[in-house]
Design a protein around this ligand. Sequence first.
Ligand SMILES: Nc1ncnc2c1ncn2[C@@H]1O[C@H](COP(=O)(O)OP(=O)(O)OP(=O)(O)O)[C@@H](O)[C@H]1O
Ligand SMILES: [Mg+2]
Length: 204
Amino acid sequence: MVITVASFKGGVGKTTTAVHVAAYLQSSAGTMLVDGDPNRSSTEWGRRGRLPFRVVTEREAALHAREYEHIVIDTKARPEEEDLKELARGCHLLVIPCTPDPLSLQALRLTIQALHSIGAERYRVLLTVVPPRPSRDGEDAREMLASLGVPCFQTQVRRLVAFQRAVLEGTTVKDVDDPRSAAGWEDYCGVGKEILEAATRAAA
Ligand SMILES: Nc1ncnc2c1ncn2[C@@H]1O[C@H](COP(=O)(O)OP(=O)(O)OP(=O)(O)O)[C@@H](O)[C@H]1O
Ligand SMILES: [Mg+2]
């Protein structure tokens, strides 16, 4: 299965999502993360510490692809529409992280319009960096997306400092020594389960 993480807006949690989805999938079957961002953020993440899966650049990917059951691809922000078309064609599911704030939601509308115009159907929006209560930003964003008929993950990823520490420590949130790290890992396990369920349904 090939899962690609993409978004027009930068800094919405693409790399964090790619790393954690890869870690979740790796726990049941061999998984490789392809760093398709010229900034090489996921490669650097892995270099700082130890991630429980292999990270390669897109130029190295073809050589290793057959050794893995799952491939997760991290991409750069602001893809051209043509890039997005290729990304959508080249995977089983496009995961589009979005933070629940007006600028990000506006950028998401553009992404969705672009996906519609190219006829892409296999995509799902993931709400990330969702602030805790009493903020209603997560629910409001979800309702807005539902009213537009945008497919969304049921799971949303909470805003937790542990995710920033994971980047610095070169690990996944699961291995960060923080009282909230288990909550962060639980969120991405929910996302991973939904991805596997979607894949099973698609194959049936
Ligand atoms: N759930 C979260 N809670 C708190 N901080 C988060 C969360 N997810 C991501 N972050 C932080 O937000 C910042 C941006 O995340 P990330 O690098 O994953 O985004 P990106 O979309 O890949 O960015 P870019 O477009 O630059 O590639 C990072 O500092 C990351 O640690
Ligand atoms: Mg990134």
